[in-house]
Design a protein around this ligand. Structure first.
Ligand code: MRU
Length: 395
């Protein structure tokens, strides 16, 4: 099937898709053109990268920038049914721990808007099921459960359906706003830790696409660049889903930040050459003792950094710290479909029938982490005390 053409080599225009519309079955460019017209897709002339918004609420519609189609296509899908929002998280159309939490909050607000009727006990039962469904989408990112808990607390204090609808939406806006502010603060703290002319290695995508703001680890890289501290970033491609190759490169190119893309297995070689001053990564869940769950491959980078005496930083908002989990062993690790490993870009490269292991995250022990950077400051070992202290500053 021939792919639709881009307009030049720059950033492709934004497509807006209504989620209720059927997926197109295309058999050529004519069919694609017909689909565009028939489904009322809106082409926007330019896409301002600085304003990358993975998730937005627009008058009763949840708009999600479909990250599975980046960088080839910039498609914003519009959801009017909360179940579609849950599915978008599961399918990783939206991903990155903070963005997952924000999306779930808006999905819950959408469900509240969809509920017909004014009977509060029925509403509570319905929203309870919605909470459960979102909780089942991705098990590792604790921001998801943190956001659901915040929505639950708001619901507990509401007396009418009308009040609950309004306040659940307000809470989702608040979660987004707080994450935006947290990113700015932690990026400032993190940039200060880097030496002048730093060459910084990073993994996965922890940028604006993954949060409500400028990003966590990538936010630090962004601010370090603005402050003249960054020489370049090394972006690990991040198999199997290639978030580094597809998403981080996309963000950095638009920001004009110097970087080089590397395959994951080049990291050790670069470190051995003395070409890396720091490694900065994000987190999906940080246990009380500092053990950190993050994208698969983080642990390998931490071991390499330790061997080469390179500082290894974890950057995350305090919403990624799980005070209910004492150590990394207790963090649930998501395992995903085998096709993520056997296929690249929809093409099967492994022989049919290949047995596969596909954990989406690994756990980096606290002893390999130089510091954990949050919006309330930088935690140093021993993390059991420093993380609790930082969390106590959260509202
Ligand atoms: O599977 P993903 O793409 O959701 O994994 C994302 C990561 O591992 C990120 O490093 C983490 O969520 C932090 S994003 C600011």
């Amino acid at each position: 099937m021939p792919k639709p053409q881009h307009c030049g080599t720059g950033v492709p225009p934004v497509l807006r898709l209504m989620s209720r519309m059927p997926k197109p079955h295309l058999h050529g460019q004519d069919a694609w053109a017909t689909f565009l017209i028939c489904t009322g897709i809106l082409w926007l002339v330019a896409f301002r990268a600085v304003k990358v918004r993975p998730i937005e609420w627009q008058e009763g519609v949840v708009c999600i920038l479909d990250q599975t189609q980046l960088p080839e296509w910039v498609v914003v899908e519009e959801f009017t049914d909360w179940r579609g929002v849950a599915e978008a998280i599961r399918a990783m159309k939206v991903r990155g721990a903070p963005a997952i939490g924000i999306t779930a909050a808006y999905g819950i607000a959408l469900a509240a808007h969809q509920f017909e009727g004014e009977e509060m006990s029925q509403f509570r039962a319905f929203i309870g099921e919605v909470f459960q469904e979102f909780a089942r989408t991705r098990p590792t990112a604790v921001n998801l459960f943190w956001a659901i808990e915040r929505m639950q607390k708001v619901l507990n204090t509401c007396t009418t359906v009308r009040e609950a609808r309004e306040r659940l939406l307000q809470e989702a806006h608040q979660i987004l706003q707080e994450d935006y502010e947290a990113d700015v603060k932690l990026a400032q703290y993190g940039a200060l830790l880097l030496p002048p002319q730093a060459r910084v290695m990073t993994l996965c995508n922890t940028g604006a696409l993954a949060t409500g703001g400028i990003g966590t680890a990538l936010g630090i890289i962004r601010v370090a660049w603005q402050q003249g501290r960054l020489a370049k970033a090394y972006v690990c491609e991040t198999r199997p889903r290639l978030q580094g190759l597809r998403l981080t490169t996309w963000e950095l190119l638009q920001e004009g930040i110097p970087f080089q893309l590397i395959t994951d297995n080049m990291a050790g070689w670069l470190m051995a050459q003395g070409k890396v001053e720091a490694v900065v990564v994000g987190a999906d869940r940080i246990a009380v003792n500092g053990d950190t769950a993050n994208k698969i491959g983080t642990y390998s980078l931490a071991v390499l950094a330790h061997y080469h005496r390179i500082p290894f930083y974890v950057a995350a908002p305090t919403s990624s710290i799980d005070l209910g989990t004492p150590e990394g062993k207790a963090i649930p690790v998501e395992h995903r479909d085998a096709t993520e490993v056997t296929h690249i870009g929809g093409l099967r490269l492994a022989p049919q029938g290949t047995p596969v292991l596909n954990p989406a995250f690994d756990i980096t022990p606290a002893e390999l982490i130089t510091a954990i950077i949050t919006e309330h400051g930088v935690a140093q070992p021993p993390y059991t005390t420093s993380l609790r202290e930082l969390c106590s500053k959260a509202p």
